[in-house]
Design a protein around this ligand. Sequence first.
Ligand code: C5P
Length: 205
Amino acid sequence: MIIAVDGPAASGKGTIARALAQHYGLPHLDTGLLYRAVACNVQRMELNPAKEADAVAACDFDEALLDDPVLRTDDIGQLASIVSAHPLVRASLLQRQKRFARQPGGAVLDGRDIGTVIAPDADAKLFVKATTQVRAQRRHRELLGKGFDVSFVKVQMDIRARDARDTARSSAPLSMAADAALLDTSQMTIEASIARAIQLVEARC
Ligand code: C5P
């Protein structure tokens, strides 16, 4: 069983994807981490994504980097959304994601283009969304909880900028697959969102 979970930043897709993987005993891939790892190396190598496109696309990374907490920072998230718009970067990560999706027994993947590009034949596709206001509140709370002193307005602006880049890019933009089920988590607790996600998957498998 392949489950594709897509949606914008802080919509709850990662939490839902992890819970689905646990529920069905499937391996899970957070594909955003791959773009974050490329972004991290772009930052370390001081590459300019606008001017050194080929060097950015050639940016490889060690598997161990995927566990580094630095990948979770908002700065890397912003840079990830810049480098991920580059078709060559997307091409360099494509086969790895497709292989993960096709492994025997199935998998859960979350990202922006899982239902549309990586696993268009997924058994169940969810598109998780929430209002910008709610997503900014969640992300703000999370950052304060981690000890980052950041204003709500800044977090909201960052989320808007990332949404705009992720939806406007020409290469695999964030969009809901025609056969995906929509899950709006704006008014839902985490537990209720997970329960609803399981219902939606069951209805499709
Ligand atoms: O999901 P996460 O916030 O970790 O993703 C970071 C960035 O990576 C996103 O803003 C998006 O630009 C990019 N991304 C993508 N395609 C995916 C997953 C993430 O373009 N499948």
